[in-house]
Design a protein around this ligand. Structure first.
Ligand SMILES: [Zn+2]
Length: 466
């Protein structure tokens, strides 16, 4: 007998769901408690977990909560700042760095989806490159396996900040999975009971409704989220670990050597006083204090700022606030921002996220000297062909390169367009103190306004492609 057969036979004996328990008695095994989580963290890349590790340290060490983490990608498309390995090889290393970081926080249950690290600010690019459907199915399965009360993930939205499309994609998938995992008709083969002695298709998991969803932002200005959810001090000293939560989080982050080896080396040489000084200075601190978890939604009625673990049962939330918060296009021809902005408007409506904070006017940061594009959707109001005029106002020194003027639109209910603007290539010193500026698109049909679109754009020396 070869080893595969031996292992197969042994596995067959061990995995029988109906196990004999004495004479004439049988026991149906329950869900595997080793994998039950209180919090499931869903992030895009190895090291993204670091955004919430001060709160995770609090919940693991002092609230005795069980935490599991799902990474959307292996993070293989970034630069290797430590060794020579790149691409998939770098992804293999980053998986280990992430696992080691989680282990330091007492997190053992860590999974990776099959998303591809995508360098762009557009969540739709990430969703396309990740394989949205297959990874969503996998995430729903992991929720059904880990049965968390709370999911914490990246904020799906567009902000001046790193604004990584993959971070947003993690937030999109987690939000979708929140709504799907409890629905028994979604991915039913995950729920179907074993029908054969050695079942190889049906998973025998249980439909699971996560109770609460929180986000952490990828924006430069985290203070804008103050009051948008519960806030936790990163300076509070852990009663069990006798050190502040930021310190525990910082120590866990030092495994990510392929990402920021110089910072890690510097931090490891710091005295306690020097590390405290670094964390007190808003320009060098790794976390904003207090750390706000942006409230996404709750299955039961709760207030946004209530504690993460408050109201895990009670009166179901029927999403009543929604219609007041989401703007619907009026009758007649109207223009709205398209692309990821248009998608997010529908996303917030579909997932009952009407009270989520959204920059007004919409905003983005791009690299100085790059093109910025303004995606537009023209809602015809009828199915008739239209003659549209677009007039674009740009800041001094910026240039409209396409999309302006008179445009004939076909007979359809909505048309997608884009305006492209060339931004000036400013030097680092010219960019100092630079504030966001506005692009305004005026849309007219037969000389009558169909609305204006504003986009606030900040120029930077470096930014991911829009
Ligand atoms: Zn990341």
């Amino acid at each position: 007998m070869n080893w595969c057969m031996r292992i197969g036979l042994l596995a067959g004996l061990l995995t029988t769901a109906l196990a004999p328990a004495g004479q004439g008695q049988a026991v149906v095994r329950g869900a595997d408690d080793r994998f039950k989580a209180d919090i499931l963290v869903v992030v895009a890349h190895p090291d993204d977990e670091g955004a919430v590790t001060p709160y995770l340290a609090r919940s693991i060490y002092d609230l005795h909560k069980r935490v599991a983490v799902v990474y959307g990608t292996h993070g293989g498309s970034g630069a290797n700042n430590y060794g020579r390995e790149h691409a998939a090889g770098l992804g293999d290393i980053r998986e280990m760095e992430a696992r080691e970081s989680c282990t330091r926080l007492g997190i053992k249950n860590v999974w990776f989806l099959e998303g591809k690290d995508t360098a762009s600010q557009n969540v739709l690019n990430s969703l396309a490159n990740w394989g949205h459907g297959a990874n969503l199915e996998k995430l729903v399965e992991l929720i059904r396996l880990t049965r968390p009360d709370v999911v914490i993930t990246s904020l799906p939205g567009i902000f001046i900040g790193e604004n990584h499309g993959d971070h947003q994609a993690a937030g999109v998938l987690a939000t979708e999975a929140f709504d799907l995992a409890g629905n028994p008709v979604m991915f039913p083969s995950q729920l179907a009971g074993a029908s054969a002695h050695r079942e190889i298709y049906l998973e025998n998991l249980e439909a699971w409704q996560v109770k609460k969803l929180y986000y952490f932002p990828d924006a430069n200005d985290e203070k804008q989220f103050s009051g948008a959810g519960p806030a936790y001090s990163i300076w509070e000293v852990s009663p069990s670990q006798k050190k502040p939560y930021w310190r525990i989080a910082l120590e866990a982050a030092t495994t990510h050597l392929t990402q920021y080896p110089e910072d890690i080396e510097r931090i490891q040489k710091m005295s306690d006083a020097e590390a405290q000084k670094m964390m007190r200075d808003p320009d060098t601190a790794w976390w904003t204090d207090p750390e706000t978890l942006v409230f996404g939604k709750s299955f039961f009625l709760t207030k946004a700022t209530d504690d993460v673990f408050a109201n895990l049962e009670g009166e179901p939330n029927r999403c009543l606030e929604l219609s007041a918060k989401v703007q619907r296009p009026s009758a007649g021809t109207t223009v709205k921002l398209g692309g990821p902005w248009g998608y997010y408007q529908s996303f917030r409506e579909a997932h009952c996220l009407g009270s989520l904070r959204v920059p007004d006017p919409p905003e983005i940061a791009v690299m100085a000297g790059s093109q910025v594009y303004v995606p537009l959707v023209i809602l015809h109001g009828t199915n008739k062909a239209l003659n549209l005029q677009l007039r674009v106002e740009v800041p001094k020194g910026w240039k409209v390169t396409s999309g302006e003027g008179e445009i004939d639109l076909p007979a359809e209910s909505s048309s997608e367009l884009r305006v492209e603007v060339q931004t000036p290539a400013l030097t680092v010193s010219e960019l100092k103190g630079n504030t966001p500026q506005e692009i305004i698109v005026h849309a007219l049909v037969d000389g009558v306004s169909a609305g204006d679109i504003q986009l606030r754009v900040q120029l930077r020396s470096h930014a991911l492609p829009q």
